[in-house]
Design a protein around this ligand. Structure first.
Ligand code: F6P
Length: 363
């Protein structure tokens, strides 16, 4: 039997369970033996009970749940070669050489390193007599497919990542709740929105609720922005609006690359306008709760496409990432997506916004 394992790694996101479920069920449908790896890469490194063969019913009633039922972790051991050696030994014991990794760019980079080292790791395991030559010969390569599970929507190559749509729902639900209290007191609310170095959630939430001002890392505000923002807030109050919303991405920066925080923004409003202002940090609420229909469907489609890709491989294949582009599932070279994402991060640090646009256009 061809065996396949799936794990979730890094920060959780809504819709990961739909992806895990689809991987398990499509694998069974195709005649592959699926395994669940619990607790992310920690499960691969520690093995034992954390790597379990899985049946159709093990993933029943999981689609509607938030988070990941198989657990996730940011695993330090897997970043070291010694951890990856243990992981390889555990996979060889279970005869698994197909992996579906659901995580962010860090987790997918780790998977690719593991794949590239595979032959060397097996040779070392044979030398150390942890596995036999015969066992090593059964699994001469490791095939991997990555799915991006992240609320941040920060990976190049895919229009959406699993979890982003649910997080947006969470944000606008919270903002709809704030509207009544903000309006009663005629208050200004400054909200911090997650997304690491990506402003996608902030800008989309801003559009969805009609925020007056957004601050995102990709477009640091021009000098004097404080005045412009206050003019805007004042003018909307003068037009009869009883509240204001300002959204600050957690990665927001100014022209000098200095972080702009919600409390910086509140201070500006306090001192320039004297409006009654409150700060709300939505935090991990954004990553919690049930997945939206979109994320359940996206996770299912991506999970199915991942298994299809591994199933069709006739031998060793390059690492792929499953992406959605124009509502079509497509497989892209994993490392070029990760590398372009990292280059965009560097261009952002260097505030080279033209280069950022160029890289976006090419991905
Ligand atoms: O990548 C998802 C994310 O929620 C980011 O938006 C945020 O910056 C980070 O993870 C928070 O990480 P942690 O859950 O480790 O606090």
């Amino acid at each position: 039997d061809r065996c396949l394992a799936v794990l979730t790694s890094g920060g959780d996101s809504q819709g990961m369970n739909a992806a895990v479920r689809a991987v398990v069920r499509i694998a069974l449908f195709k005649g592959m033996k699926p395994y669940l790896v619990n607790e992310g890469y920690k499960g691969l490194v520690e093995g034992g009970e954390l790597i379990k063969e899985c049946q159709w019913t093990d993933v029943t009633h999981t689609m509607h749940k938030g988070g990941t039922i198989i657990g996730t972790a940011r695993c330090k051991e897997f970043r070291e070669r010694s951890g990856r050696l243990d992981a390889a030994a555990n996979l060889v014991k279970a005869r698994i050489n197909n992996l579906v990794i659901i995580g962010g760019d860090g987790s997918l980079t780790g998977a690719n390193i593991f794949k590239e080292e595979w032959k060397g790791l097996l040779e070392e395991l044979v030398r150390k007599e942890r596995i036999t030559q015969e066992e090593a010969a059964l699994l001469p390569y490791l095939n991997i497919v990555g799915l991006v599970g992240s609320i941040d929507n920060d990976m190049c190559g895919t229009d959406m990542t699993i979890g982003t749509d649910s997080a947006l729902h969470r944000i606008i639900e919270a903002m709809d709740c704030l509207v009544s209290t903000a309006s009663s007191h005629q208050r200004t609310f400054v909200l911090e929105i997650m997304g690491r170095n990506c402003g996608y959630l902030t800008i989309m939430a801003g559009i969805a609720v009609g925020a007056e001002w957004v601050l995102i890392p990709e477009n640091p505000p021009k000098e004097g922005w404080e005045e412009s923002m206050c003019d805007k807030l004042k003018s909307s109050r003068e037009k009869g609006r009883r509240l204001n919303f300002i959204l600050v991405a957690e990665g927001a920066i100014d022209q000098e690359n200095k972080k702009i925080t919600t409390s910086d923004v509140k201070k500006v409003i306090d001192s320039k306008l004297g409006f009654d202002t409150r700060v709300t940090v939505l935090g991990h609420v954004q990553r919690g709760g049930r997945p939206s229909a979109y994320d359940r469907i996206l996770g299912t489609r991506m999970g199915a496409a991942a298994v299809q890709t591994l199933f069709e491989a006739k031998g060793e294949m390059d690492a792929f990432m499953i992406a959605i582009r124009g509502n079509e599932m497509t497989k892209l070279p994993l490392m070029s997506c990760v590398e372009t994402t990292k280059k965009i991060g560097s261009a952002l640090n260097e505030r080279d916004f033209n280069r950022m646009q160029e890289l976006r256009g090419s991905s």
